[in-house]
Design a protein around this ligand. Structure first.
Ligand code: GAR
Length: 195
């Protein structure tokens, strides 16, 4: 059975979707939910599901990114994860951290990569007049939101959409896409999945 550590910063709805998918004949189970935000809503949800949780608050490290990441690694590695799934984890990671988990890190990003890496993806799609938006699950490499894309789900941008309404439409797709890509990834499948 493979082990999946999930990194979050917020409400953790993607984390819940991932954790709920890892039952029955699924070849993986969640082994840890780690947040850099002490009060992140996802922590309580993980605890309710019986998943071990950890907090490594980046603010305790006063801008020392390497020390923050060393503390994260120290919290993660005892759980012996095969896969690290970033699910709304809102800190940029250095190549040292990413290299430590090379080839076994996934992230979900709320845009159709390579469009709109970084933040404010929904606003940027609306302002650009895009007819379509969506989400991507990609392997994490040292390039921000730049690793190989393993799956995407697309939604229409509707007239009158705000960043909030578009984000809600995309989030619903995230909850279907991420579990599907994670399962394929754990099974060794690296082909592109379109939902
Ligand atoms: C999701 O929309 C995810 O795609 C996004 O944060 C949200 C987290 O929601 N991630 C990023 O923007 C990463 N740069 P959740 O905590 O409910 O899963």
């Amino acid at each position: 059975m493979k082990r999946v550590a999930i990194l979050i910063s917020g409400g953790g709805s993607n984390m819940v979707a991932l954790a709920k998918s890892m039952t029955g004949d699924h070849p993986a189970r969640p082994c840890l939910v780690l947040s850099n935000v002490p009060g992140a809503g996802g922590l309580a949800k993980a605890a309710e599901m019986g998943i071990p949780t950890a907090v490594v608050d980046h603010r305790d490290f006063k801008g020392d990114r390497e020390a923050f990441e060393r503390a994260m690694i120290a919290a993660i590695d005892p759980h012996a994860p095969d896969v690290i799934a970033m699910a709304g984890f809102m800190r940029i990671l250095t190549p040292a951290f990413i290299g430590h988990y090379a080839g076994r890190m996934l992230n979900i990003h709320p845009s159709l990569l390579p469009k709109y890496r970084g933040l404010n993806t929904h606003l940027r799609a609306i302002e650009a007049g895009d007819a379509e938006a969506g989400c991507s699950v990609h392997e994490v490499t040292a390039e921000l939101d730049g690793g190989p894309v393993l799956g995407q789900a697309r939604v229409p941008v509707q007239p009158g959409d705000t960043p909030e309404t578009l984000a809600a439409r995309i989030l619903a797709c995230e909850h279907a896409l991420y579990p599907a890509v994670l399962r394929r990834f754990v099974e060794g499948e690296r082909g592109f999945l379109s939902l």
